[in-house]
Design a protein around this ligand. Structure first.
Ligand SMILES: Nc1nc2c(ncn2[C@@H]2O[C@H](COP(=O)(O)OP(=O)(O)O)[C@@H](O)[C@H]2O)c(=O)[nH]1
Ligand SMILES: [Mg+2]
Length: 384
């Protein structure tokens, strides 16, 4: 049976691709003002405009802390087994909306049909795009599926082949982080407002402290007092030291002090929290570059890592953010947060197949254990 789907697609102008390029292009070329306005558009700060959310956040933290105290008797054991399979269970839970697309919706494609035809390939393409897998990745996958279509005579076979194709896409793009280690090892964490930088630092700090490292956190998001307080709560929870100045002080000075303190205290690792938005007059990228330079004053190789945090729920926007930050600062690794509860979990595939930067960690919730190293096999298993 001949398939026209791919031929048809190839000859069609790729509207979606063009739109994406225009967006990314705008940001690439944009000077200060435009970058800031893009950021303002992307971000939906849960906690900044009114301060309400901040109180909510703190209240939530307090409640969690109280709960933790009350649960002391049962400690960690129930936490570890809550979903039956630790982090994978959480990932699977978190991706349930995305999984519906890859399971129920694919089953529905075959209602009343047994063979994969052009119409079904069109529908499959729509499904993949709905999951935010991206236009290019879905084209690549569909081209291969249309070539294997003679093997496909039911939803299960399609899912199996889709599973293989997604894994192959990860394999072909496998990147390993070329990271120079140092002591103290300095990790600068960047990203637009609300993506989960501070939360991710808390989770990473807890992991490092848990493995016996002496951890120091730098509160270089000095934009608002609540950001520093939020980081203090996390530092406390993780068992890490914190270096902070007053709010609205110079973030580069905090960064510099944190390195001095880390050297003096013989810390193993420093996590530097940064702002995702500043007063409109101040350019975020320039401010981040200043922080980066301040970190290098005492340790020329620092920061050894620059982690970009992306919020999965922003879908394809996350890709433009990655290009923007990478152009200005050079990123060594990506963290994708909020994979829990979104139907846009396919963005992981999109990011891995588009960016030349490794995806290092994924976040699936707001608590300290809800972050782990990204494992493509687990991710794909959780999708089906
Ligand atoms: N559901 C969910 N929420 C998250 C995750 N990571 C962070 N958050 C929440 O996102 C909000 C913003 O996080 P925050 O760390 O303050 O972002 P920042 O502005 O980049 O520092 C907070 O309410 C976090 O609890 C995640 O993996 N899943
Ligand atoms: Mg923050």
């Amino acid at each position: 049976m001949a398939f026209n789907w791919f031929k048809k697609k190839k000859n069609q102008p790729q509207e979606e691709i063009e739109t994406e390029e225009v967006v990314a292009g705008q940001e690439d070329n944009s000077e200060n003002e435009e970058v800031d306005s893009t950021i303002t558009e992307i971000e939906k700060p849960p906690d900044e405009e009114t301060g309400d959310g901040v109180e909510g956040f703190e209240e939530k933290q307090n409640i969690q802390e109280v709960e933790e105290v009350e649960e002391v008797e049962e400690v960690q054991e129930p936490e570890k087994t809550r979903n039956g399979a630790g982090f994978f269970g959480r990932l699977k839970n978190g991706l349930s909306k995305t999984r519906e697309i890859f399971t129920t919706d694919i089953d529905d494609l075959f209602t009343g049909k047994r063979k994969l035809d052009d119409d079904m390939l069109e529908e499959l393409e729509e499904l993949l795009i709905t999951s935010d897998i991206g236009v290019q990745a879905s084209m690549d996958i569909l081209e291969n599926i249309s070539q294997k279509s003679f093997k496909i005579s039911g939803a299960d076979q399609l899912k199996e082949i889709l599973n293989e194709e997604i894994l192959a896409l990860f394999d072909s793009k496998e990147k390993t982080a070329k990271i120079v280690q140092g002591k103290p090892h300095v990790v600068m964490v960047i990203g637009v407002n609300g993506v989960g930088k501070t939360t991710t630092i808390g989770k990473l700090a807890a992991k490092s402290a848990g493995s016996g490292k002496k951890v120091l956190i730098a509160a270089a998001d000095t934009f608002r007092a609540a950001a520093i307080e939020q980081l203090e709560i996390w530092a406390d929870r993780a068992g890490a030291d914190i270096i902070k100045h007053k709010d609205n002080s110079d973030p580069a000075a905090v960064a510099y002090d944190s390195i001095e303190a880390a050297l003096a205290r013989d810390a193993d690792i420093v996590f530097v929290d940064t702002a995702g938005r500043l007063h409109t007059k101040v350019n975020l990228m320039e401010e981040l570059k200043k922080i980066k330079r301040a970190l290098a004053k005492k340790i020329p190789e620092a920061p050894h890592e620059i982690l970009l945090v992306l919020d999965a729920t922003t879908g394809q926007n996350a890709l433009s953010q990655a290009e923007m930050f990478n152009d200005s600062l050079g990123i060594t690794g990506v963290v994708i947060t909020k994979l829990d509860g979104t139907a846009k979990g396919g963005v992981v595939i999109s990011i891995c197949s588009t960016l030349d930067i490794p995806l290092l960690y994924i976040g699936v919730g707001e608590t300290i254990d809800d972050l782990d190293v990204f494992n493509p096999k687990d991710y794909v298993s959780a999708l089906f």
